[in-house]
Design a protein around this ligand. Structure first.
Ligand SMILES: N[C@@H](CCC(=O)N[C@@H](CS)C(=O)NCC(=O)O)C(=O)O
Length: 219
């Protein structure tokens, strides 16, 4: 009834977002992994996703694509799962930061590619990268201060906003990005999720290597 098409678990940060939402909200789904940047990838992607990109989600034969649209659709079809915070101001804030992630942070996305197998001290922190890291830390701190609902996540209970930022948590961990105490606590909460741990284990077990997403340890 629910099927998610995803890319390589090691590299596909957009795939992780709806996958983690489904897992953490206990929504049953099956999945197909399409390894990216291989000879047959383009054909396989276009067969299941109109954009030719993953993730794509199929619900009773109806296809929705693009990570945030999929998360919104899941929130619509499972209102009881409370995928967004309930209070209207918290929900507005959660949507703003989720869209900010979806449409921005290009320095982080380009310079610190998600790679669950990597653990290094990344030293080449440009001004642009440093600005984006500081902005993410500000977002996480502000959420915890302004919306101190019960729970360890940005708005208390796990929400779409956390799914959108989970790949950033992985990147900060992989590249040894230093953050403040509140941000460390938030990262620890995300990293302790069973769903995320099982994604990481599957990512580490994958054999494909996408050279462009492999950063040399330097500095
Ligand atoms: N805006 C899209 C981005 C999707 C995207 O770029 N997916 C990558 C994998 S993480 C992809 O399918 N790449 C394959 C390709 O471009 O050929 C989303 O949020 O889902």
């Amino acid at each position: 009834m629910n099927h998610l098409f995803i890319g390589n678990k090691n590299y596909s940060s957009w795939s992780l977002r709806p996958w983690l939402l489904l897992r953490e909200k206990g929504i049953p789904f099956s999945e197909t992994r399409i390894p990216l940047y291989q000879e047959d990838s383009e054909r396989a992607l276009l067969q299941h996703s109109p954009s030719g990109k993953v993730p794509a989600f199929v619900h009773h034969g109806f296809t929705v694509w693009d990570s945030l649209a999929i998360c919104e659709y899941i929130a619509d079809i499972y209102p009881e799962k409370k995928c967004w915070p309930e209070a209207v101001d918290a929900r507005g804030f959660a949507r703003s930061i989720s869209n900010e992630m979806h449409s921005g942070f290009f320095a982080i996305r380009n310079n610190l590619p998600m790679n669950c197998r990597t653990k290094m001290q990344f030293k080449d922190i440009t001004e642009e990268l440093s600005y984006e890291i500081a902005r993410i830390c500000e977002i996480w701190r502000t959420c915890r201060e302004r919306f101190p609902a019960a729970g360890d996540f940005l708005f208390g209970p796990f929400s779409i906003a956390d799914a959108m930022y989970a790949p950033v948590v992985l990147r900060f961990q992989s590249y040894g990005i230093s953050v403040g105490t509140a941000e460390q606590d938030y990262m620890a909460a995300v990293l302790s999720l069973d769903g995320l741990q099982s994604w990481i284990a599957a990512a580490i077990a994958e054999r494909e290597v996408i050279t462009d997403a492999e950063i040399e340890a330097y500095g």
